[in-house]
Write a protein that binds this ligand. Structure first.
Ligand code: T4K
Length: 400
């Protein structure tokens, strides 16, 4: 084991020669990419609802078991299009702050007013009990997030939405390949949106999708997604260029074909993390409930600084220097970011679980390029750092 002076933050050699980033990229084989891209160049058809984009719409709808999958150019645009497709010009939407800012900003972009709600400390998602007291006559929708691929109380929120006549939207950006009681998460709510960003389990470099079983919502979303005259399926006021390109769709199709094997490999690494880090005092790794399945892309650890000996920020700083590039998702909470933090009403907002998670959550690297040895080595480093916590705390104060 390294002596406290030998850690990279204090001048030693980093444990990894190259940075190991949180979002390890799940990439298909180069020869498959070459064949797909040759086809695009030969057809000379690069975008505007080309054959690969149409094929991916069908393939992803089949994968989710929904009637419509409307693919777009990223997960943020998927949220924007879905929020517009709900058809409200104004109104309040209950949404978590503990999420990527895109979830909330998309609602604002659509003219809706986000009402921030706290989340469950166990799942990091909204619950019906937390949402109910925030419903007012101005509420038009609930926007839950299946954060880290964890189901966001789908049945209870659906019942609540029905009771009050509200729309229910799920941001499922993290949830490709995740199920709840055997059903893909894209099947819950009026609409669910997905991301195929490079760091996601299905990687189209950039990409997104709106999934729905509702023909009317699908017609509106498809029309909003494109200015193309052949793509008018419903009367809408505003449209946007949200089309998925052929290059994105080609990558998405290849990546979707590898989904199951990527999940299996992620799961194996996740288990190693769980066995090693889950045993350490003060560390809690999020794992799916027995009736759920995950894509295991996110290795999310909640750190109790008192019990662990090092708080999240101290550990992240030491790991960073070792070239283990974890991320403090999602800090600060969206309610503490512009434009929301400048809203006087939000200054008194109390979101205790959100504040704690923003302070304590650290997401570790995972994804296909990583080996089991990488994971073991990361766990060795974490274990060794925590074992030396008192000495390292003192040293950290000196380099502050
Ligand atoms: N809803 C939720 C709940 C989301 O988490 C997201 C996005 C969205 C909606 C919106 O979906 P998109 O519009 O993005 O499709 C990253 C991703 O950019 C973002 O997609 C994701 N969530 C978020 C959780 O993570 P950043 O700001 O952390 O990205 P970045 O560039 O720092 O990348 C993370 C790490 O991945 C880097 O340290 C290095 C590595 N990386 C990244 C890229 C882009 C690579 O190795 N190669 C690459 O090409 O947001």
């Amino acid at each position: 084991m390294k002596h406290p002076d030998q850690w990279a933050l204090f001048g030693g050699t980093p444990s990894f020669a190259q940075p190991l980033h949180v979002g390890q990229l799940n990439l298909p084989q180069w020869d498959q990419i070459e064949v797909t891209f040759r086809g695009i160049f030969e057809r000379q058809w690069y975008t505007n609802h080309g054959p690969l984009a149409r094929e991916f719409d069908i393939a992803f709808a089949r994968h989710l078991g929904v009637k419509h999958a409307i693919t777009v150019n990223n997960g943020t645009v998927a949220l924007m299009v879905a929020a517009r497709a709900l058809g409200f010009d104004q109104g309040e939407v209950i949404v978590p702050s503990f999420t990527f800012p895109a979830t909330v900003q998309a609602l604002s972009w659509a003219g809706l007013t986000p009402i921030f709600c706290d989340v469950s400390p166990e799942t990091h998602t909204l619950t019906a009990e937390q949402v109910r007291p925030l419903i007012t006559p101005s509420t038009v929708a609930i926007a839950g997030v299946h954060l880290w691929g964890q189901p966001c109380d789908p049945e209870a929120l659906a019942a609540l939405a029905e009771e009050f006549g509200l729309a229910l939207l799920f941001d499922a950006a993290h949830a490709v390949g995740c199920t709840h009681h055997g059903r893909p998460l894209g099947q819950f709510g009026d609409m669910a949106t997905f991301s195929f960003h490079a760091t996601k389990i299905v990687n189209a470099a950039e990409g997104g999708c709106i999934a729905t079983n509702d023909d009317e919502l699908a017609a509106r979303a498809k029309t909003i997604r494109s200015f193309h005259p052949g793509e008018q399926y419903a009367p809408v006021d505003t449209r946007i260029n949200g089309k998925m390109s052929e290059a994105q769709a080609g990558l998405a199709l290849l990546s979707l074909a590898e989904l199951e094997s990527n999940i299996a490999a992620n799961r194996q690494r996740h288990m190693t993390y769980q066995q090693r880090l889950g045993e350490l005092p003060g560390l809690r790794l999020l794992t799916p409930a027995t009736h759920d399945t995950s894509n295991y892309q996110y290795v999310t650890v909640v750190i109790d600084g008192e019990r662990a000996g090092l708080c999240r920020d101290q550990l992240a700083r030491l790991l960073d220097a070792e070239n283990i590039i974890c991320r403090r998702y999602f800090e600060p909470g969206t309610h503490r970011l512009p434009p929301y933090r400048d809203d006087p009403a939000l200054r008194v907002l109390s979101l205790p679980v959100t504040e704690r998670l923003c302070r304590d959550v650290l997401v570790f690297p995972n994804g296909t390029p990583m080996t089991e040895d990488d994971v073991s080595k990361i766990c060795d480093v974490v274990e060794a750092l925590l074992a030396q916590a008192p000495a390292l705390r003192a040293k950290l104060e000196q380099v502050a």
